[in-house]
Write a protein that binds this ligand. Structure first.
Ligand SMILES: Cc1ncc(COP(=O)(O)O)c(C=O)c1O
Length: 391
């Protein structure tokens, strides 16, 4: 017998996975080039040359003990290089103690939630959000409190956040550039949110989930959260910035301004061990340290965003142009699950907004080939026609 909770989760399944499986089924029937699968956010660019060079160099290096256990926080050299880079970006003086290497942002967040949340503590989530947060939160038996962002800009609405705060609120998760909306939170909004949180009579941790930090378009820069918040913990990964999701490499960084700095940094390192990661992958800790300034070809993603945005808006659909990340969050003219079914009739696969706790929208991942994007034009026009958006 398995646990009741996991039994329920298994029965629920993942909507994104379901769409992915439907895509595989349709491709078998109609052929790869007749199915337009925008369901999965798997970064499809190759890692940059600096990463591949570092991999080759390190594979030949034969450093004694390089595959052995290490301190649970990770290699001091890698942590130092990251701390220096973040100090430069934020203007703060960030030391190696702030950094704990993790198995991607997912593991960093689990380490952090285990460190700070007691059962029944509340954590604020801004919808739409990455649904895995709910699993991470249920791992620590805490309670999610969902607050909607603005329906057009997808920016946090501070008055709504203020209403959701209770004496049990322990943390808030922010994610900018955002999955699924692509919104980038401006510095002014981050600073106002910080002021609101500092006004409360207990510490509220700000968890900034930043795997899309390096994917910003139209020359935009993503404001440094470290320079905007006090009680902040950044969860970063190179899954998207360097196209390394399978290598499971990232870090958490506790702000030196955090009220619980010493205890919290120690707790995260302990949780990295007791949750079973023990330490982040040794080889890739060395690789990322050598490729810290490298980035995937962001212009390539931007081109594909522009292409897909033009196709859907010209077909008559409404959406806010995403400023970053890998997704367009488009308004649906009918209920979102029903809309996905209409799309599937035309071999177009998208994920309903309900999968991100925001109904009335669908998410389209544009990290697919230009051929797929261009090929979907007729299908989107037919969908718009069927739903009466176009004559
Ligand atoms: C918003 C968000 N947070 C976290 C993750 C997990 O990333 P990682 O591969 O670094 O664990 C993802 C992955 O898609 C994501 O979209």
């Amino acid at each position: 017998m398995i646990s009741k909770e996991i039994e329920n989760k298994l029965a629920g399944g993942s909507l994104i996975r379901k769409m992915f499986d439907e895509g595989t089924r349709l491709k078998k029937i109609y052929g790869e080039d007749k199915v337009f699968d925008f369901s999965i956010g798997n970064p499809d660019l190759e890692p940059p040359k600096e990463v591949k060079d570092a991999i080759r160099e390190l594979a030949d290096a034969d450093i004694p003990g390089m595959h052995g256990y290490m301190a649970n926080a990770g290699y001091p050299e890698t942590r130092k290089a990251i701390a220096d880079q973040l100090s430069k970006e934020s203007g703060l003086s960030i030391g190696i103690e702030s950094i704990c290497m993790s198995c991607g942002a997912a593991s960093g967040m689990n380490n952090l939630l285990r460190s700070i949340m007691d059962p029944d503590d509340e954590i604020i989530l801004l919808a739409p959000f990455f649904l895995e947060y709910l699993n991470y939160i249920s791992n620590v038996k805490a309670k999610p409190v969902i607050v909607n962002t603005d329906p057009d800009t997808f920016l946090p609405v501070l008055s709504e956040i203020e209403k959701a705060i209770t004496p049990k609120t322990k943390a808030i998760i922010i994610n900018s550039p955002n999955n699924p909306s692509g919104a980038i939170y401006p510095e002014s909004v981050l600073k106002e949110l910080n002021a609101l949180l500092l006004k409360q009579d207990h510490v509220i941790h700000v968890i900034s989930d930043e795997p899309y930090k390096d994917l910003a378009y139209d020359g935009m820069t993503v404001p440094s959260t470290l320079s905007c918040f006090d009680n902040l913990i950044v969860c970063f990964s190179w899954s998207k910035s360097l196209s390394l999701p399978g290598e499971r490499i990232g870090y958490t960084c506790v702000s030196p301004k955090h009220a619980d700095f010493s205890q919290l940094t120690a707790a995260i390192v302990l949780c990295n061990r007791i949750l079973g990661s023990v330490n982040a992958p040794a080889f890739f800790q060395r690789v990322v340290a050598k490729a810290l300034t490298a980035k995937v070809d962001v212009a390539n993603y931007e081109r594909r965003r522009n292409l897909l945005y033009s196709i859907i808006t010209e077909a008559g659909f409404t959406c806010t142009k995403p400023q970053g990340a890998l997704y367009i969050f488009m308004k649906t003219p009918i209920e979102d699950n029903a809309f996905c079914e209409v799309c599937a009739k035309y071999n177009v696969l998208v994920v309903p907004g309900s999968a991100f706790k925001r109904e009335g929208y669908v998410r389209l991942a544009f990290c697919v080939s230009e051929k797929t994007i261009l090929g979907s034009k007729d299908a989107f026009e037919s969908i718009a026609k069927e739903l009466g958006l176009k004559k």
